[in-house]
Design a protein around this ligand. Structure first.
Ligand SMILES: [Cu+2]
Length: 703
């Protein structure tokens, strides 16, 4: 309480600002060629560097930061992550702050009210992944509570040589390419080899895609822009590391050759020191840790990506290298085991129906929240009315839609909040991935069951919500206007996992303004194959919930087949004259995703198929059945019905088989089966047999 009162007191004494020192910085965002992972790529840098400069202030200073947009045709923004500041300076484009248009700049000005380690980053599109981030250090009045001989800021990040828009497109199409690249692809053979075959089928039975702790295959993990760096220090020196996870979609395990890390601050706020030999840090969180250089040598501080696909290191001190302990790589199948326990508890809607299920989950390393304790009581004003709301996090890897309470940001943007209330948010993660949830403009108290005395609940701005678990946070609503609340996994946020906390002072008709250009954009995807006997595919524009596109099937193989085979209905052969050389069926269609199990579809079919050559409109649905069978039913405007059942099986990382059987009241039975081998991200080899067009082989493609 005392602590918060201090913050409010500083806030109110605006008169002190008159004597405050103004500390000025310029951040120039430009497109530059850099090579953090060895290959030269175009990136966005701030003042030419990756990460941007460390902005240093003292509590009581006034920050005056000029952000210059040196880009040709992209807007830019800068959010000051974790800082309490006036709403218009928060830097979320449209929601709080006007975007900075190309060639222009904006000057942010705000008083520094509290000390700690924070950071800044672009809040526009996917710019954060391209390099627009840096660190902020605010020193308390009278110096740090815990003294150290030296300090260093470590900005952790993940780096891809791909354009992040291309990463997003790859995630949208549920390509297995990143899993193949990282070595976490799951297959029947892989499951059998690791002894997890039963769990593999258990997962398929539960209609869930393979689990992984991260979505993207990165080319490098970086600390201060480098996979490997050094930090000068003498034996016996106490070093304070200010660690910021600025990655777009990577949790890191932190450990050090110097022994357990002593955590002294979390999300900028001092905590009672605890020791932790391995620390899991979520995106957008910060920790200040203390370590002592034990003796001569270069002691490794290591950040290992949670999926074990890579690491970044800083060697502290001089001399012989002393390595930090390896973090064992998670077996992707064992995650299925952990989750298998909860799968049986899922009810029909895919929601967790039984809290007991959580207890059965195999323990996995989580952030040290249960042990974090503020240094002073953090209790909120007792007189304030308490309101509790529930927020459910959900998503679908097969589709890459991520929602809060079932909706994306553009579908429903607002969480209403009343000024003067204490808002308790119970955040329930019903999905299979971790979500680091970040609240703008406020510190919340993190209330942990079986944690320390709630009086000392730590104050945070970002909280990891593990799969199939919940977190409860609460804060005093003492602000105004609109503040963003979102998952800090950049691609989840981009796919819809964001809301705007909207204060009631703006009237009942207020709607937050959103960056609609960058929210839920459509991506163009082309998936198909060309084989010796036929070609099939789907070209579409896709956003989180809709597919608009053309699906084609065309065949030319049956001319050769007809001489040898009976026609498929067993009736008399069609003569060559009434049979087109090339048969085609093209569906112009709209598919709408309802939930992981249901999609609706509607469209118009152009066809010259010999048994069914009438163009028709159609409507229907696709339903995902246990063991991941997809059942599709359509009714055509001429009264014909069509049903199909499709299934694919991953045999090895790269080899899959597929089969499809279809019944059409006009054409009767048809079936096909085949195999595909993934060569590259875009190409594969395919072979198939189709009951109409026979055997063939060719290339499959994904662009
Ligand atoms: Cu998320």
């Amino acid at each position: 309480m005392k602590f918060l009162t201090t913050i409010f007191a500083v806030l109110l004494t605006a008169s002190t600002l008159a004597q405050a020192e103004v500390v000025e910085y310029t951040l120039d965002v430009r497109e530059t060629t850099i090579a953090p992972a060895g290959t030269s790529v175009r990136a966005l840098t701030i003042n030419g560097g990756l990460p941007g400069p460390t902005l240093r202030f003292k509590v009581g200073d006034v920050a005056r930061i000029h952000v210059v947009n040196g880009l040709k045709n992209e807007e830019v923004s800068s959010h000051w992550h974790g800082l309490l500041l006036p709403n218009v300076e928060d830097g979320v484009p449209y929601v709080t702050t006007p975007p900075i248009v190309p060639g222009k700049s904006r000057t942010f000005e705000f008083p520094l009210k509290h000390a700690g380690t924070y950071w800044y980053h672009s809040h526009t599109g996917l710019q954060e992944q391209r390099g627009v981030y840096g660190s902020i250090v605010i020193e308390p009045k009278g110096g740090e509570r815990v003294k150290a001989d030296k300090e260093a800021v470590l900005v952790l990040s993940d780096w891809t040589n791909e354009d992040p828009q291309e990463v997003m497109r790859t995630l949208m199409r549920a390509s297995d390419w990143y899993a193949i690249k990282k070595g976490t692809a799951q297959s029947i053979l892989g499951a059998a080899k690791s002894g997890y075959l039963k769990d593999y089928f258990q997962r398929e039975k539960s209609r869930l895609p393979p689990m992984d702790v991260s979505d993207v295959a990165y080319d490098a993990f970086l600390i201060n822009g480098k996979p490997l760096s050094t930090l000068k220090a003498k034996p016996g020196e106490r070093v304070r590391l200010r660690i910021i996870n600025a990655a777009a979609s990577t949790y890191f395990y932190l450990n050090s050759a110097t022994g357990p890390l002593s955590i002294i601050a979390a999300d900028g706020m001092d905590v009672q020191p605890i020791k932790q030999s391995r620390l899991l840090i979520g995106m957008a969180e910060t920790y200040d840790v203390l370590l002592t250089v034990p003796g001569s040598g270069a002691w490794e501080f290591r950040a290992t990506s949670q999926d074990g696909s890579g690491k970044a290191s800083v060697f502290i001190g001089d001399g012989e290298n002393k390595s930090a302990a390896d973090i064992e790589r998670l077996n992707p199948y064992s995650m299925n085991v952990a989750l298998a326990a909860v799968l049986d508890q899922l009810d029909e809607t895919g929601q967790l129906s039984d809290k007991e299920a959580l207890a059965q989950e195999k323990p996995r390393p989580l952030p040290p929240y249960k042990r974090l304790k503020a240094v002073k009581p953090t209790t909120l004003p007792k007189a304030a009315p308490v309101r509790r709301i529930q927020l459910k996090l959900n998503g679908d890897m097969m589709r890459y839609i991520w929602t809060i309470n079932g909706t994306t940001l553009t579908e429903n943007s607002t969480i209403p909040v009343k000024k003067g209330e204490v808002l308790q948010m119970e955040i329930r993660n019903d999905s299979m991935m971790h979500h680091p949830m970040h609240l703008h403009g406020h510190f919340f108290r993190l209330l942990m069951e079986d944690g320390p005395d709630p009086k000392y609940a730590p104050l945070k701005h970002t909280v990891d919500v593990p799969p199939m678990s919940k977190r409860v946070i609460e804060f005093y609503a003492n602000e105004e206007k609109d503040w963003a609340f979102h998952c800090h996994l950049l691609y989840h946020m981009h796919a819809g996992m964001m809301k705007v906390l909207s204060y009631d002072d703006q009237g009942p008709d207020h709607k937050p303004s959103l960056d609609l250009k960058n929210e839920n954009p459509f991506y163009f995807l082309l998936d198909g194959n060309v084989q010796s006997q036929m070609s099939m595919g789907f070209a579409r524009f896709m956003d989180s919930r809709n597919d608009f596109g053309a699906m084609w099937k065309t065949g030319w193989g049956h001319d050769q087949e007809m001489g040898m085979m009976e026609s498929h209905d067993g009736g008399p052969m069609h003569s060559h004259e009434d049979m087109p050389d090339v048969e085609y069926e093209v569906d112009l269609m709209w598919m709408r995703y309802i939930n992981p199990r249901w999609m609706t579809l509607a469209g118009y079919r152009f066809t010259n198929m010999m048994d069914d050559d009438e163009d028709t409109a159609f409507v229907g649905f696709t339903h995902r059945l246990p063991y991941m069978f997809d059942f599709t039913g359509t009714v055509e405007s001429n009264g014909d019905l069509r049903f199909s059942l499709a299934k694919s099986l991953q045999l090895t990382d790269r080899l899959s088989t597929f089969a499809r059987i279809e019944y059409d009241t006009a054409q009767e039975w048809m079936w096909m089966a085949g195999a595909n081998y993934t060569l590259t991200k875009n190409l594969g080899l395919i072979t198939s047999y189709d009951s109409d067009y026979g055997f063939g082989a060719g290339l499959s493609f994904r662009f």
